[in-house]
Each structure stands twice: as structure tokens, then as C-alpha cells.
Ligand binder design. Structure first.
Ligand code: EAX
Length: 327
């Protein structure tokens, strides 16, 4: 082979190796999962996040999305993120206190006036300080998202007042503050991972559960629950989590890309919650649910007085008031 052709062949071979090499290192695949379906406030959160990561890292990172508990319940996949066997998660904060106890305070019933108050707290100094508490536990908390304002459903009876809750067997999240509070209402509590809830309701293992309208609709709980009461008893944050070791390995630009992608995901997530809240009652009524929409919340707050005394001791009244009074 003459010299010219030899150089051309070598040049081509190097070019191909370089391209293959670059393309081979060009894409790292990561996994993210949720416990609810894709057509939901959490589905849009991770779909937008995944699209934004790929765009903002010029394809260096691809996020594979999994829905409906495909990678387990929230507690299970949060643990996988902590261990690094799954790089990313979006979850309600339900099981989070098992990993980061400082977040328990957010689950106190009637702590937040409404979504706007909760979003302001989470996006402000209190919430941002709390995100830092995840790092010693092996997580990079990318951003607060939203699960929504929780309401009670059951298959037995309309719930107009706290006394109507007495004796109801209710599924709760695996969250110590929720369990303590619901026992305060006289509820018989059964902590359970979310993927098991629909079947437990269908089989009557539990009478009821509590979740935001977004979750009730996405999970078709109207098919297994007759009564919905707009108790609005807890604001349930969401959160984007990443394995800290995986985050630390990112370049400065890619760290910024992941953080910004999470913020875009949260924008879509909160917008969908607002849409769901606007149409949810009409939609669930049209599907046959009996909806109590004029619950006297003051009565539910009063019924929890003994439990609040405990929370004041556990968290410090000043700390609770700092959140409660945040403007
Ligand atoms: O994140 O466990 C629950 O009730 C959660 O609200 C649900 O998994 C959505």
C-alpha cells in the first residue's frame, strides 16, 4: 500500500476510534422512579426532569424514567438512591424521615396555611437549610417538589367531623408523625408502601387512605373508595433526590444542569397539582364519589390538641411557629 493510502487509512481508523471513544463516553445512563403512574403530577416532574438533563448536558447524561412503583415503593427506592444502586428519585416526603429525621416537622397536620405558604417555606431559607440535611445521609437533594394537600377517603362512611374517623382502619404512609396524628383522631393506622394501597382498599384490608387529589385521581381510587372528605389535613412535599456520590462526580456545569433540570421538573409538577386541584372534585364526583367539601377544619385541629402538645415538645414550639408564621 503506498504511503498516502496508508496515512489515509490510519487517519480514518483514528477518526473512527476517537468518535467511538467520544460517543462511548458521551452518554451515562441513570435511573429515576416514582410510585404513581406517568399520567400524574409526579410523572410530569420526572419526564420534564429527564428531558432537561439530556438537553442541558448535551446528551452526556440520559435519565431512564420508571413509574407506578416499577422500582419499588418510595421507601425502597429512596434506600436504593442512598446506596447508589439507583441514581435518582422523585418521592413524597412520606418515608423520608426514616432517612433524614429533621424533615419530620414538615408532616405535622395543618402546619401550612395552603400550597402557597408551603411553597414559600420550602423555596425559602427554612426549606433550603433542610435540603442540606440530606447530604450527610448520602443524598444530594436537588429540589423540593410537591405531592399536594392530603384528603381522607374511605369506603365506610362520610367524614364530616373528626369523630367520624374513630375506628376507621386507614392506610398511612410509613411516617411516624402521620401515625401519631391519625391515632389522635382515633384512626386504626396501618402503615403501608404505596404500591400495595389499591389492592388493600379493593380487598377491604383497610377501609381508607389519605392522599392529595392528584394521587387519588392518578391511582383511580374512585374505583375502590366511596367517600372523600376535603380535610386538607397535611401538606405533602415532594422531593428530587440523587445519590450524593453520583452528584459529586459531575462537572460543575453538569451539577448546575441537574439542579436546573430539577427546578424545571418542579415547575411542571406544581402546575399539574394546581390543575388537578382545580378539577379534581368535579371529576371524582362524576366518577361516583361522595365528596364532603365543607369540612370544619377547626374541629379537626382541636381534636389534635393532645398530639400538638407532643409535637411542641418533640420539635420545639418556636421551630414550629417559625414555619407556621412564615410569610
Ligand atoms: O407519592 O405513599 C403515599 O401516600 C404518597 O402520597 C404516594 O406514594 C405519592
Amino acid at each position: 500500500m503506498n504511503l498516502n493510502r496508508r496515512f489515509t487509512a490510519i487517519g480514518l481508523a483514528c477518526g473512527m476510534a476517537l468518535t467511538l471513544g467520544l460517543s462511548a463516553q458521551a452518554q451515562t445512563n441513570m435511573k429515576i422512579s416514582i410510585a404513581v403512574g406517568q399520567n400524574s403530577h409526579q410523572g410530569v416532574a420526572i419526564d420534564v426532569f429527564a428531558k432537561e438533563v439530556e438537553k442541558r448536558t448535551a446528551g452526556r447524561y440520559k435519565v431512564q424514567t420508571f413509574y407506578s412503583g416499577a422500582l419499588g415503593g418510595e421507601r425502597e427506592y429512596i434506600e436504593a438512591v442512598q446506596l447508589g444502586t439507583q441514581e435518582l428519585a422523585f418521592s413524597s416526603t412520606g418515608p423520608v424521615p426514616n432517612f433524614v429525621p429533621e424533615t419530620k416537622i414538615l408532616d405535622i397536620p395543618f402546619l401550612f396555611r395552603d400550597k402557597a405558604h408551603a411553597r414559600a417555606v420550602l423555596d425559602g431559607p427554612i426549606g433550603q437549610e433542610m435540603l442540606a440535611k440530606f447530604e450527610p445521609k448520602g443524598f444530594k437533594a436537588l429540589a423540593w417538589g410537591e405531592n399536594g394537600v392530603r384528603h381522607m377517603t374511605n369506603s365506610k362512611r362520610a367524614v364530616n367531623a373528626p369523630e367520624d374517623l374513630k375506628g376507621l382502619k386507614m392506610r398511612t404512609m410509613e411516617n411516624p408523625v402521620h401515625v401519631a396524628a391519625y391515632k389522635g383522631f382515633g384512626i386504626v393506622t396501618t402503615p403501608m408502601a404505596f404500591p400495595e394501597v389499591f389492592t388493600a382498599l379493593q380487598q377491604g384490608t383497610v377501609d381508607g387512605q389519605e392522599n392529595p387529589l392528584s394521587v387519588i385521581m392518578a391511582s383511580k381510587f374512585d374505583q375502590v373508595q366511596k367517600h372523600l372528605s376535603l380535610t386538607g389535613h397535611v401538606y405533602s412535599p415532594g422531593i428530587f433526590l440523587m445519590t450524593k456520590a453520583a452528584y459529586d462526580k459531575l462537572s460543575a456545569d453538569d451539577k448546575k444542569a441537574f439542579l436546573e433540570a430539577a427546578k424545571e421538573g418542579v415547575k411542571a409538577n406544581r402546575a399539574r397539582v394546581d390543575e388537578d386541584d382545580a378539577k379534581g372534585v368535579t371529576e371524582l364526583r362524576s366518577k361516583g364519589m361522595n365528596v364532603v367539601d365543607n369540612v370544619d377544619k377547626a374541629k379537626f385541629v382541636a381534636a389534635l390538641a393532645p398530639v400538638y402538645a407532643e409535637f411542641d415538645k418533640q420539635f420545639g414550639k418556636a421551630t414550629i411557629d417559625r414555619i407556621r408564621n412564615f410569610k
